[in-house]
Design a protein around this ligand. Structure first.
Ligand code: ACO
Length: 433
């Protein structure tokens, strides 16, 4: 196989190197294209563009494979914890006992936010979306925890711990604000997930009893969401980070990107759809038909993926977890039944089959969160908590790459050619008629 690609432009041949990944993917390195041939490439939603070389996460969208640092997601989901997976993503290897203990302790010691930041919560309107609060609060961490200009490894470990730990504290505080209860401080006695659940659900008049199945379900949710290579929010993190902007603003930008319904916001939309069907007795087929209708602009939420053209492995794991958690005695699951029905119908429907549209991670994740007692508005916040280690790993990999530069795509201009300014009394209103 050739190690270079030949491009013929205006009769002249140009050779470009072919870069190979460890799993056999091949990419044409066109870095020199503009210099050599005066052309750029056009790939408007970057579906065919590799924006970096990365050692963090590998996806094979055709085969439904997802690896974090080489480890299959199925093994991590079964055997690892969120904190251990966070260490793996950031540092590249699973931690030894002492390394994990240092990392965990640092997270625990970093979990309080500056006391003055608690006053911010008072100023947000009661109906404020927690993702808006999270993005704002994470950006404002930069004012309380300035990042040194020249990074030393210990400072880097510290601000990464701040982010992983404090994002969870901010999330729980924003929930408490929304229900008008006093905030509950993190406890040094509790582990990462238990601590979050305690901050969310205990109050001065009610202890929260930890259920190991619920703790494991949240742990699983966070592990499955911890990274997903160059998706919209990770690319945002790399783009904003490439200007060497403050790390807290960088992660805040990632949170904003995640918020959209075509990205992390879809899990909330899935539950809305399932609840609507349950409440109205609507035929699930109606949703499928509306999603197929190009004039309606509606989509079947939780279906389809830019990279996965077969089952999203995370959706498979979450579906199994739903079976386990929702079949517990005393836990009702009519929404899960509707979800299973929709999946069955869609996977038999020609429209979805032809386009390789399968359930993605968001299709079943909302059901897990609902069973845990997480309110809908917080679903994407939970996704963000899980994704912070991945964003940090992506950012860290980029800034520690010797050749890294500010990201600056080009464009093909299709606007007006040069023209001259007209005085206002000579302009014709375009609103007439
Ligand atoms: N329902 C109905 N039709 C769909 C859906 C869907 N969920 N997803 C894609 N399609 C159709 C498109 O209309 C298009 O049809 P066409 O070829 O006839 O025009 C075709 O499938 C390809 O769709 P694209 O939009 O080109 O696919 P893309 O890779 O850009 O989009 C995306 C991926 C955004 C995830 C899309 O599938 C979608 O909107 N899904 C619903 C939202 C969702 O679940 N998002 C969560 C994604 S996972 C995550 O971010 C964590």
């Amino acid at each position: 196989m050739s190690d270079s690609a030949k491009l013929i432009i205006d009769g002249k041949e140009h050779l470009f190197p072919i870069v190979k990944g460890t799993q056999g993917e091949r990419a044409i390195d066109i870095t020199g294209l503009r210099e050599q041939a005066g052309l750029i490439t056009l790939d408007t939603s970057l579906g065919n563009t590799g924006s970096c070389l990365s050692r963090i996460t590998y996806i094979d969208g055709e085969k439904g494979i997802l690896l974090y640092r080489g480890y299959p997601i199925e093994e991590l989901a079964e055997k690892s914890t969120f904190v251990e997976t966070a260490y793996l993503l950031i540092h590249g290897e699973l931690p030894a006992k002492d390394e994990l203990s240092v990392f965990s302790n640092r997270l625990n010691e970093s979990s309080l936010i500056h006391e003055d930041m608690r006053h911010f919560f008072v100023a947000f309107p009661k109906y404020a979306h927690p993702m808006g609060i999270l993005a704002t609060m994470v950006a404002s961490l930069s004012t309380f925890y300035p990042v040194p200009d020249i990074m030393d490894p210990d400072a880097e470990e510290q601000f990464m711990a701040n982010l992983i730990s404090q994002v969870r504290t901010v999330a729980a505080f924003s929930y408490k604000k929304s229900i008008g209860e006093p905030t509950v401080y993190p406890s040094f006695k509790l582990r990462y997930v238990e601590n979050f659940l305690n901050m969310m659900f205990s109050s001065p008049v009610k202890d929260y009893r930890q259920d190991p199945d619920i703790v494991r379900a949240v742990e699983l949710f966070l592990i499955l969401h911890a990274d997903h290579e160059q998706n919209c929010s990770a690319s945002t993190v790399r783009l904003v980070g490439s200007s060497l902007s403050n790390i807290y603003s960088v992660i805040s930008a990632g949170i904003s990107a995640l918020w959209g319904p075509r990205h992390g916001g879809a899990n909330q939309e899935v539950i809305h759809m399932l609840e609507h069907i349950l409440a109205t007795g609507a035929d699930p087929k109606g949703f499928i038909n509306r999603a197929k209708n190009k004039t309606s602009k509606e989509r079947l939420m939780g279906f389809g993926h830019r990279v996965y053209k077969s089952f999203d492995p995370r959706a498979k794991i979450l579906k199994q977890a739903c079976h386990k958690l929702l079949n517990k005695p005393g836990v009702s699951n009519p929404l899960f039944d509707i979800a299973l029905k929709i999946e069955e119908l869609a996977l038999k429907d020609e429209y979805f089959v032809e386009r390789n549209l399968y359930p993605n991670v968001d299709f079943y994740s909302g059901l897990i969160l609902k069973a845990v007692g997480i309110p809908y508005d917080m679903f994407t916040v939970l996704f963000a908590i899980g994704r912070v280690p991945g964003w940090l790993a992506q950012w860290r990999e980029m800034v520690h790459t010797a050749s890294f530069k500010i990201v600056r795509p080009r464009q093909v201009y299709i606007g007006q050619s040069k023209r001259h300014y007209e005085p206002i009394d000579k302009r014709i209103s375009r609103k007439q008629g």
